[in-house]
Design a protein around this ligand. Sequence first.
Ligand SMILES: Nc1nc2c(c(=O)[nH]1)N[C@H]1C(S)=C(S)[C@@H](COP(=O)(O)OP(=O)(O)OC[C@H]3O[C@@H](n4cnc5c(=O)[nH]c(N)nc54)[C@H](O)[C@@H]3O)O[C@H]1N2
Ligand SMILES: Nc1nc2c(c(=O)[nH]1)N[C@H]1C(S)=C(S)[C@@H](COP(=O)(O)OP(=O)(O)OC[C@H]3O[C@@H](n4cnc5c(=O)[nH]c(N)nc54)[C@H](O)[C@@H]3O)O[C@H]1N2
Ligand code: SF4
Ligand SMILES: [Mo]
Length: 696
Amino acid sequence: MNQHISPTGTGYSACPHDCPSTCALEIDISGGRIGRVRGSSGNSYTAGVICAKVARYGERANHPDRLTQPLRRIGPKGEGAFAPISWDEALDEIAERFKAAESRHGAESVWPYYYAGTMGLVMRDGINRLTHAKGYSRFFSSICVNPAWGGFMAGTGKLAGPDPREIGKADLVVIWGTNPVATQVNVMTHAIRARKERGAKIAVIDVYRSPTMELADIPVLIRPGTDGALACAIMHVLFRDDLADRAYLARYADDPAGLEAHLATRTPEWAAAITGLPANEIEAFAHAIGRTPRTFIRAGYGFTRSRNGAVNMHAVSSIATVAGLWQHEGGGAFHTNGAIFRWNKQMIEGLDIPGIAARRLDQSRIGDILAGDADALLGGPPVSAMLIQSTNPVSVASDQDRVRAGFAREDLFVAVHEQFMTETARMADIVLPATMFTEHDDLYQGGGNQYVILGPKLVEPPGECRSNHDVVCALAPRVGAEHAGFHKSSREIVDWTLQATGRGTVDELEAARFLDVQPDFETAHYLKGFNWPDGRFHLKPDWASVPFSRPDKAWAHAPMPEWPDHWDVIEEATAEFPFRLVTSPARSFLNSSFTETPSSTKREKRPELMIHPEDAAALGIADGDLLRVESPRGAVLLHARLFDGVRRGVVVAESIWPNRAHEGGRGINSLTGADPVAPFGGAALHDNRVRITRQG
Ligand SMILES: Nc1nc2c(c(=O)[nH]1)N[C@H]1C(S)=C(S)[C@@H](COP(=O)(O)OP(=O)(O)OC[C@H]3O[C@@H](n4cnc5c(=O)[nH]c(N)nc54)[C@H](O)[C@@H]3O)O[C@H]1N2
Ligand SMILES: Nc1nc2c(c(=O)[nH]1)N[C@H]1C(S)=C(S)[C@@H](COP(=O)(O)OP(=O)(O)OC[C@H]3O[C@@H](n4cnc5c(=O)[nH]c(N)nc54)[C@H](O)[C@@H]3O)O[C@H]1N2
Ligand code: SF4
Ligand SMILES: [Mo]
């Protein structure tokens, strides 16, 4: 297995982090340790560029605080007193506790919980094989993508679009609700290329003057959760000023006349009152789009993390149809490429196991679930045992006060498999040390690009670290789970998956390093039709027919709008909570990852609240003051940073700092809510009403 490891040289891999760029990497290895990391220049999407935090990955991989031994809690929950134990002791104890939970309340009282700390398909999703083999409670993953993916598919019927490298061939690049300078740097590589080579303009739609908006030719600063209104006004102007592509619409859209009639009242003045953006700026932006056939709309996740997020994503993608952008090279709307990879995941996830029927518990509602909320438990038994891999819910999940109370339950057994002693690991009964991506074999797919990349094992792990796959396989016989995947190495599973999907073998992929699976131009641009039975883009979405995974239990919410619109279900400011809070990602962290690396925390300085100077003056707040920020759910302490790059009434806290980095020890997600976004679930992380008071 380890014939690929050489103690010195260059290793080839993929960035494993939860980032749409999925960069192809070249890694310096010396003395069996990783050093400098570079972006592969032979990969046409990465194009030699990666972010600063991964370029200095040695700092994270060779960190003195890495977990290297299994640990058992020896003090009260959460206090952080642990003693080393052997792997056998740790695995036996987990298995005993899982079996005890199963015999008391049934297999559904065990809830394996994971997320995207690694995006490797085997290491991330292999835990589902254990879940399915045992009939444990399944995992409804919802925290990140659901409003965005479902909203995009409502129009196109498919989660794919024009080749993201075509950004470099656009004349207008519209970066909508994403902050790629911080969150997916390669979008900027291609956008800047278009600017340099073609004189393209870059428009950025955000709720604060983000590092990306700093570089924009057309900065579009709006209030949070109002993208639907902006999109509607843009389409109103396109129809009104004869910039809509009526021939294209007649051929490719469901009901353009219905949309035009609906939009008659969605004027720039109407949208100005909702978005805070002056009507003349809306007109000018609409004209720029309408007069630039090669307009590439790169829609991100940020603007969908609101209670109306799915509706807003559909509205934004509709602009590409009204203006007929999809027809042109360098034109159209792109969000992500989930649909083009078509993996056979049977071996990874055990999808051939009969009767995968257990309830699916909602990731985002972990606080409610651990609190025993009957609705969140879908009427089933309480959760009394968990294995957590590749995620840090005590920091990243909404409704943090409930999450923390849940993890403090004496009758809950928790094993956390981690690289560092995260705030979730601190709450565990058993902590298991995990490998990093250079220490195991895995397979990666691009989200914001079209590559399949191999990440082979390049170095030996420190201490006794084991991979997610090895832990799942070691637990399986102990709890009586059976499947062929438990008897294969991760490299063999990668090989099986590639072959079963018709993508060659692992050895071939290793020789090639990555594989470009971009569909042909006509397919990618929907020139053969959109992915609905009528072949048309659905301007009037039928949410019930969108082929996207939904929660097992629907919840009561206002009826969704029939057409693109401003859906007024966001957490609007009130007299009691007069501000709207957004928790945009910090540049040097990746969710809660990299908060352990000193250079990242140094760059980010301290947890702060960006507030407009006039709002600050009205509250008697000076730069640097300690503020108490309260939402209907909880409170945190943040230092004021006066910043005129937000609209009045909007505040931004770049995230996610460790909870303990805040004075008072409560993290930003004490403020955010876990109530699901309609209709596919997900957390409205950027949709919060808050009040602000000066502390002392
Ligand atoms: N440095 C860094 N990189 C990251 C991450 C990180 O935490 N830090 N997270 C990774 C993960 S898991 C993901 S999913 C991606 C997400 O990457 P993105 O798609 O960029 O999404 P977000 O990070 O949620 O937010 C992006 C931007 O949306 C803005 N925004 C918030 N609400 C609204 C709104 O209502 N309208 C508009 N127009 N804009 C709004 C925010 O201010 C922010 O600048 O990034 C990945 N990359
Ligand atoms: N307020 C607010 N909250 C947010 C967001 C926001 O914008 N604002 N963003 C949300 C989004 S988009 C997401 S995706 C979630 C993400 O939340 P998480 O999925 O929890 O992401 P990370 O915080 O990066 O934590 C991943 C953890 O996995 C560990 N890890 C990495 N690789 C491995 C491995 O191979 N094996 C094991 N066992 N562990 C590993 C890392 O050490 C790290 O602690 O957070 C969400 N929370
Ligand atoms: S930009 Fe994203 S994919 Fe690329 S190295 Fe940085 S975190 Fe990884
Ligand atoms: Mo995410």
